[in-house]
Design a binder for this molecule. Structure first.
Ligand SMILES: [Zn+2]
Length: 457
């Protein structure tokens, strides 16, 4: 071999090495670093996600892992996960036997894809797009960032540390935050949507799919419209110009031969068409959610209250309550005391939330109470004060405030009776007694008896 030939050979090889990775799909683009404030630790994301996934399993029909469609989705998911920077979240993929075109992800990596989504996808790339989008919400920790913001707005900072020290799910419950399907975790902002599209586009590209297919799928959904897609757009609000934004995002990516479809997709798609998928309404009625008789899984009937009372010895107070009610929370933080069926997905429809406010140095009881009422009104849209009076509870002079708001039970108005008592450090201890308007009179005697037993320590 002559020198010159060798040189040319080497040059060709070099050129091939430069070109080949792009042609054969080896080229990769980095995912952006995750920034932004999150009061949860990554471990808490995982813990919360697992607790939620257990909830979802109770509420929704999940296709068994052994089903060929689940297996296909899990394989496709694994292919996408393989492109993620390590270490990454413990992603898990599930198929929900639901008609509606939807998908959602819980913090820490559980991704649920509705059967309807698989049925509606025209090719593997589109399905990969939806999954990559959901994975991006997990990657960006959008759920716990949303929860962080809401908790910060809702809970005085002084008690946040105590709240987060215990079980996280309980903390969210005590903060009145819902989780599970259809919860705060799944309501993303438009900015978050754009971010999930941008990260999702990169995951798709790295896995060998054309990111534009993600936009195509969303466009198809929008064209289809109607009830079957409404939940998706309620959870994932359209940031506008999805296609344009994605095209801009990928403009500088090296060219690549993309996979559009696979025989495995076609097979799974066909299989999916033959599996019974339920409507959201059927799922609710079937009561996968155990006691789900009303909206949100909250019992529509007035829950029972035993006349036999038992006492909660909290570090900050004692209170008696019907022995068949449950205490959520521990004795060092805020608690919710509620009847069976009174709380679902951690929205309280019936029951009592007891919490503490930040210490308000120099403020009068009236001023501190007004501040508390404003912060409650701010964090609960629709909540309005309707009356204000003085009250004495076991020798402590406090304030009694009636508020009206929206019940977590669909179409119902709610009465919230707030009683605030001053503590020696200038902060408030307060209880909110909650019931739908029409049921409040029936529960009032129970609430009054609880209040009479309430003693600050
Ligand atoms: Zn989204």
């Amino acid at each position: 071999m002559k020198d010159r030939t060798l040189k040319r050979y080497v040059a060709t090889l070099m050129l091939a090495l430069l070109v080949v990775p792009q042609l054969f799909g080896v080229a990769e683009v980095p995912l952006p670093a995750v920034t932004g404030w999150d009061m949860f630790s990554p471990e808490q994301d995982i813990q919360l996600g697992q607790q939620n996934a257990a909830e979802v399993r109770k509420q929704m029909p999940i296709l068994p892992d052994s089903n060929p469609v689940s297996q296909y989705v899990q394989q496709l998911g694994a292919k996408l996960v393989a492109t993620m920077p390590k270490p990454t979240w413990p992603y898990k993929f599930h198929v929900v036997q639901q008609k509606d075109i939807n998908a959602f992800a819980l913090p820490g990596g559980n991704v649920f894809v509705n059967l309807g989504t698989i049925q509606a996808a025209q090719n593997e790339a589109q399905l990969a797009g939806v999954m990559a989008h959901e994975m991006s919400h997990v990657y960006e920790r959008h759920s716990t960032k949303q929860a962080s913001k809401q908790m910060a707005a809702q809970i005085p900072l002084g008690v946040l540390g105590a709240l987060l020290g215990g079980g996280v799910a309980g903390s969210l419950a005590r903060a009145g935050l819902q989780f599970g399907a259809g919860s705060i975790f799944l309501k993303y902002s438009r900015d978050m949507e754009s971010q999930a599209d941008a990260v999702g586009a990169r995951i798709m590209y790295n896995a060998g799919y054309d990111p534009v297919q993600l936009a195509n799928f969303f466009q198809m959904l929008e064209k289809q419209g109607g009830a079957q897609t409404s939940q998706f757009f309620s959870d994932h609000p359209n940031p506008g110009n999805r296609e344009e934004a994605i095209k801009k995002e990928i403009a500088d990516f090296p060219p690549k031969n993309f996979i559009e479809n696979s025989p495995a997709f076609e097979k799974a798609h066909q299989e999916a068409m033959g599996i019974k998928a339920y409507s959201a309404q059927q799922i609710q009625q079937h009561a996968w959610g155990a006691q789900s008789t009303g909206d949100n899984g909250i019992s529509a009937a007035v829950p029972a209250a035993s006349s036999a009372f038992t006492t909660l010895n909290h570090s900050a107070f004692d209170i008696s309550y019907p022995e068949d009610w449950h205490v959520y929370g521990d004795t060092n933080s805020a608690v919710t005391i509620a009847p069976q069926g009174g709380v679902s997905q951690n929205a309280v429809a019936y029951g009592v939330i007891i919490n503490g406010s930040d210490s308000q140095n120099g403020n009068s009881l009236d001023q501190s109470t007004q501040q508390l009422v404003s912060s409650l009104e701010q964090s609960n849209p629709g909540l309005k004060q309707i009356s204000d009076s003085n009250i004495t509870v076991n020798g402590v002079k406090g304030k009694s405030i009636d508020l009206a708001g929206n019940s977590p039970i669909q179409g119902q108005r709610e009465r919230d009776w707030l009683v605030a008592l001053p503590r020696s450090d200038g902060s408030l201890l307060y209880a909110v007694f909650i019931a739908p308007d029409k049921d409040f009179p029936q529960l009032r005697p129970t609430y009054e008896r609880m209040l009479r037993s309430w003693k600050i320590k």
